[in-house]
Each structure stands twice: as structure tokens, then as C-alpha cells.
Design a protein around this ligand. Structure first.
Ligand code: PLP
Length: 347
């Protein structure tokens, strides 16, 4: 697999492997047995644009755009999309123009959601933003922009929400190899690898990578934060197969390989849950680590629940992939203020 990955065009956005760290104080606070332990892979620690999981995909997407001689990077997302912000950052770094089609899919109308967080950063990073109301088809707008730019002699590269094309997902196939190598040097094997599932590319890429290595994709559990369970399973399976195809292998993933939970979705994408508020606060206060409210907070709430219920206790150590999204905390400041058990209410 690694030799196939090496032949793909890739634009450097990440300095080496991201660290894996153990969370012993958190383990104690949620009653995790000392035998196995809970670890995080710090995919939030990357040097461009504030960092996050989309940079792994963007290495391959921007690499392909440059190899095709493109000059403009176009993508889509929700108003507070981390992928949009990191696309703007990666494009700036690569000397490409960036156009973002952002839809108001989340019904939050407060100032923080509309202007802070990723929205502020998209502007600082120099992206051209096309805003559309809830219900608009962002890909249709993106394709219109593609046609308009081609008509004036430019060369656009278009990728959909989350950058979860098969090419983008190669970034997480490479991450699977990185995790397996780190397991060898740490002298352990993770029984569960936990990720949030939005556009499904993180889970799908990891699954394709583990499969290509002859490893076990069912070690991954993702928590859907966007679509209902069955739709998320299906999308993850399809993209995993396409990504594995790029790695030169044919395989039909089944439900036993692709494990998704819908338990943390709550009322839907970008809608806070009490379990998310608790997870974000607990990880911050026990470990000094910052999860985001839309993805990591919900997925970590799923991990906490599984550990408390002793659902994974015989499976070995657990690895949670921290996927970034810190700017989302600022966009959700009013939600944290209104949520339960918070600092504002204590004084
Ligand atoms: C996009 C995103 C995810 C989900 O990744 P997908 O590949 O879209 O499933 C998780 N965490 C953060 C912070 C993200 O921005």
C-alpha cells in the first residue's frame, strides 16, 4: 500500500506522525480499568490553518489539483465547516485561489455561529465565500462556479463536503499505516479505534488502509454526527471500497467490517447534546485537551458511555482520534453558556 501512496501527488501539510498520548486522569474519572487504557491520536496538532483531520485529505486533494495544473480550489460545507477553513488554509499555502460554497444547514442564528469560529478564519485566509440558505444544493452551486471559471480561462478543482472523495480518503489510509507503525513502537495493539463520522471519509479511509495492510477494519468504531445510522454505514462502506480500489484492491465491506453508532447524533448535525457538553468539559478539566462541539465532543461522549457501561472492557486499549475543530468552540459559546453545569452558572 505504501508504495501506491508514494506514487500519488501529495502536497505537504503535515510534519511527520501526529503523537499518541495516554489519558490516565480521564481513565480514572470514568472508571476505566488500568489494564488497557485510553489514548488519543493528536490529529488536532497540525501546523497549517489551525489543524485538523481535513489536512490529511487535503494533502492528496491539493496534490492532485496542482498536478492537474489547477489554479482554484472549490469546495462546499456548512457555515462553520472545518473542512472549508482548512481548504482555504491549504489553498493559501499552495498558492491556489479558494472558493467556498457554505450553506446554513444548522439552525443557529446567533452572532457567534454566524461570524465567529471558522467564519472569521475563512475570511482571514482569503477565501471567496458563496453563502446559500438551508436546503440549497451546494454542489450545484460549486459546479456552476466551475463552469463560470472555465469560461474565463481558469482551471478549477472541485471536491464536495468534507473532502471525502476516494482521493481525499487516501489521507486516512496513510494514517492507518501511521497508527499501525506507532502500535509497534509502543508495543501495544488498540482493540478499538474511535472516530467521529461526518462525511465518513475519516472512518472510510482508515478502514481501507487497515484492510490494505491485512489488518482488521472492524477495530474502528465511528459515531455518526451528521446522517442517520443506516445512511452513514452505507456511505462509509461505499467510500471505503472506492478508496481501497485506488490502493489496488477489490473487497466488499460488510456490516461486520464497518461499525458505526448512531447513539450520539441527538437532534442532528451541529445540534448540541448534554453528553457532548459533559465530554468536552470532562476532557478539558481532566486532561487540558480541547474537543470540538460538533464532532469530537459527540464521539468522545460515545467513548465515555461505552467505557462506563463496560462495553469494550475485554477488547484492549482504546484509541480516540482527535480530529480538531477547535474554532467550533467559539461558534458555540452561547450554547455552552446556556448548557448545564457550566462555569457561568457557578459564580
Ligand atoms: C470533518 C470533521 C470530522 C469528520 O470527518 P469525516 O471524514 O467528515 O467523517 C471530525 N472532526 C472534525 C473536527 C471535523 O472537522
Amino acid at each position: 500500500m505504501l508504495s501506491i501512496l508514494e506514487q500519488r501527488p501529495r502536497f505537504d501539510l503535515i510534519e511527520g506522525a501526529t503523537p499518541i498520548q495516554r489519558l490516565t486522569r480521564l481513565e480514572r474519572s470514568i472508571g476505566c480499568s488500568k489494564k488497557h487504557g485510553i489514548y488519543v491520536k493528536r490529529d488536532d496538532l497540525m501546523g497549517v490553518g489551525g489543524g485538523g483531520n481535513k489536512l490529511r485529505k487535503l494533502e492528496f486533494l491539493v496534490g492532485e489539483a496542482l498536478s492537474q495544473g489547477c489554479d482554484t480550489f472549490i469546495t462546499t460545507g456548512a457555515r462553520q465547516s472545518n473542512h472549508a477553513r482548512l481548504s482555504a488554509a491549504a489553498a493559501a499555502r499552495a498558492g491556489l485561489s479558494c472558493e467556498l460554497v457554505l450553506t446554513d444547514t444548522v439552525v443557529r442564528t446567533d452572532e457567534a455561529y454566524r461570524y465567529n469560529g471558522n467564519v472569521l478564519l475563512d475570511d482571514l485566509l482569503g477565501a471567496t465565500v458563496h453563502r446559500r440558505p438551508n436546503g440549497a444544493d451546494a454542489m450545484v452551486v460549486a459546479e456552476m462556479r466551475r463552469a463560470e471559471l472555465i469560461a474565463v480561462g481558469l482551471r478549477p478543482y472541485v471536491v464536495g463536503s468534507g473532502g471525502s472523495s476516494a482521493v481525499g480518503c487516501l489521507g486516512y489510509a496513510a494514517c492507518a499505516a501511521e497508527i499501525v507503525a506507532q502500535e509497534q513502537s509502543l508495543g501495544l495493539r488498540f482493540g478499538r479505534i474511535v472516530v467521529p463520522n461526518g462525511s465518513s471519509g475519516t472512518h472510510a479511509g482508515l478502514a481501507a488502509g487497515l484492510k490494505a495492510l491485512g489488518d482488521d477494519a472492524s477495530r474502528i468504531t465511528s459515531f455518526s454526527v451528521l446522517a442517520p445510522l443506516e445512511k452513514t454505514e452505507e456511505t462509509t462502506r461505499v467510500i471505503a471500497e472506492q478508496t481501497l480500489g485506488l490502493l489496488g484492491q477489490n473487497y466488499a465491506f460488510g456490516n461486520n467490517d464497518i461499525r458505526v453508532s448512531g447513539d450520539q447524533l441527538g437532534e442532528g448535525y451541529g445540534m448540541p447534546t448534554d453528553a457532548m457538553f459533559e465530554a468536552v468539559r470532562l476532557v478539558a478539566r481532566t486532561e487540558g485537551l480541547l474537543l470540538d462541539p460538533v464532532y469530537g465532543g459527540k464521539a468522545f461522549a460515545g467513548l465515555i458511555s461505552a467505557v462506563r457501561n463496560k462495553a469494550w472492557q475485554d477488547e484492549g486499549p482504546v484509541l480516540f482520534v482527535m480530529t480538531g475543530g477547535l474554532p467550533g468552540l467559539f461558534a458555540y459559546e452561547p450554547a455552552f453558556r446556556a448548557g448545564q453545569n457550566n462555569l457561568y452558572h457557578r459564580s
